[in-house]
Every structure is written in structure tokens, then in C-alpha cells.
Design a protein around this ligand. Structure first.
Ligand code: ADP
Ligand code: ADP
Length: 226
């Protein structure tokens, strides 16, 4: 479904991605494991069209997503992204979750229903009127996840979503990601510097080292010694 074809990216003289090649299959949880600075965020930002590669291509359903501005917009609409730092607007929880639906012109009553469903899904039913920035880090991250999910994306991009969270919130987010994938069939790309977490969640793993995938495979393939 998502194909990385020799993707490269540099910032000035810093070569971050030197040639990422691999594939993410529809409906799987694909974890990108790599040490801090390996380029995980850079790769996910390229998929989310927040940046452009220096060379190579990322194809989704066969379409080079960076080649055509208009087509990439439709691709972008099928993706939701959650960042490492819980990012919420200084408004209510409900408004934070509803914002993507507003952009899509969904009616008010439908927006209310979908928003309530999304908040219930992340265990924040009844939190709608709270100011998002008064919540804990783990709760804010679940608001961000609800915002990404409410648009029913085909692809969910999670960039080290649990890196700064307490263990209970980490477990909760992991549980949610598994349920979202299993129940909704959402294709998930989840980056982490924690190889145990990457192994725990993945159907398949890409190990990002020195700017490229050193290995792509199932947890068994990646972690079993030859
Ligand atoms: P990871 O997510 O694996 O920790 P990143 O993709 O955030 O890695 O960063 C990879 C490298 O690229 C780091 O050395 C980082 O400093 C550099 N980098 C990332 N974004 C930028 C940027 N906008 N400008 C300059 N350097 C950047
Ligand atoms: P399920 O429907 O699969 O049983 P729930 O919706 O009950 O899942 O809860 C999902 C997760 O959110 C659980 O780990 C639960 O402990 C947590 N949770 C549920 N309600 C709240 C709440 N009001 N505040 C914080 N966490 C909650």
C-alpha cells in the first residue's frame, strides 16, 4: 500500500535519509524502530506531506504522493498523524477533536456524534468541555489520537506517540492502537526508539539505521538470530 523507493532527505549537509526502501502492507501495524536521530520523524513527516524528499519516491496505492500537488491533497485527507509532543489547541477537548471534521464540511449534528464516539473510544467520554491544555500529557495525547481518528483515516501515522508518557498512558495508547488496527482495519505506522515496544506492537518492523532500513520483516524475522 505504501512503498518507499530509495527515499533520501538531507538538511543542508546533514544526510538524514540516504535511501529508504521497503513496503507497508494494507491493514498492518508497521513499526519504525531506530535510535534517536535516526530519521524516524523525518520519514513520517515525508509520508504526511509535511516535507518533500530530496530523492526517490513514496508511493501510496501506486501514486507518487509528492509528484502532484492536487493529488497529494486527496492522499493527505486519508491520513491522520499524532506527534511525539502532545499537540493540542488552547480550546475545549471537543473543539480539538472536531477541527478535522469542520475542514471537511461535516454537519454540526454529525460532528457532535462522531466527536463523542471518538472521545469514548480513547476513554475520555465526559471530558468534552474541559480545556485541552489543562489535561495530563497522556490525556492530551489521547485527545490528539481522537482528533486523528475522527476523520476515519485509512493510514494512521504515530511518531513516537508514547515517548514522553507515564507507563499507564503508554499501555493505554498501545492498547488503543491495537484496537484501532484490529477493529477498523486502519493501516498504522508507529515509530519508536524502544525496540521492545516496536516488537510488541508490530506485524512488521522496519529497522532504521544510518539513513536506511537495515532490515524489514516480522518481529520473528528481525529479532531471531540466524
Ligand atoms: P528521530 O525521529 O529518529 O529521532 P529525526 O528525523 O527527528 O530523528 O532527525 C534526524 C536528524 O535530522 C537529526 O540529526 C536532526 O537533528 C536532523 N533534523 C531533523 N529535522 C531537521 C530540520 N528541520 N533541520 C535541520 N536538521 C533536522
Ligand atoms: P473497552 O470498551 O475496550 O473496554 P473502554 O472504553 O472501557 O475500553 O476504556 C478504554 C481505556 O480507557 C481503558 O484502559 C480504561 O481504563 C480507560 N478509561 C475509560 N474511561 C476513562 C476515563 N473517563 N478517564 C480515563 N481513562 C478512562
Amino acid at each position: 500500500m505504501i512503498e518507499f523507493d530509495n527515499v533520501s532527505k538531507n538538511f543542508g549537509d546533514t544526510r538524514v535519509l540516504t535511501g529508504v526502501t521497503g513496503e507497508v502492507n494494507r491493514g498492518e501495524i508497521f513499526t519504525v524502530i531506530g535510535p534517536s536521530g535516526a530519521g524516524k520523524s523525518t520519514l513520517l513527516r515525508l509520508i504526511d506531506l509535511l516535507d518533500v524528499p530530496a530523492g526517490g519516491a513514496i508511493r501510496i496505492n501506486g501514486l507518487d504522493i509528492h509528484a502532484d500537488k492536487e493529488k497529494s491533497l486527496s492522499v493527505r485527507r486519508m491520513m491522520g498523524m499524532v506527534f511525539q509532543k502532545p499537540a493540542v489547541f488552547n480550546t475545549t477537548v471537543t473543539e480539538n477533536v472536531a477541527v478535522g471534521l469542520r475542514f471537511r464540511g461535516v454537519s454540526k449534528s454529525e460532528t457532535r456524534k462522531l466527536t463523542e464516539d471518538a472521545l469514548a473510544m480513547v476513554g475520555l467520554a465526559g471530558y468534552g468541555e474541559r480545556r485541552a491544555r489543562t489535561l495530563s500529557g497522556g490525556e492530551m495525547q489521547r485527545v490528539a489520537l481522537a482528533r486523528a481518528m475522527v476523520i476515519e483515516p485509512e493510514i494512521l501515522l504515530l511518531d513516537e506517540p508514547t515517548a514522553n508518557l507515564d507507563p499507564v498512558s503508554v499501555a493505554m495508547i498501545e492498547d488503543l492502537v491495537v484496537r484501532i488496527n484490529r477493529d477498523l482495519g486502519t493501516t498504522v505506522i508507529f515509530s519508536t526508539h524502544d525496540m521492545y515496544q516496536g516488537q510488541r506492537l508490530a506485524h512488521r518492523i522496519g529497522v532504521l539505521m544510518d539513513g536506511a532500513f537495515a532490515q524489514v520483516g516480522t518481529p520473528r524475522e528481525v529479532f531471531t538470530l540466524p
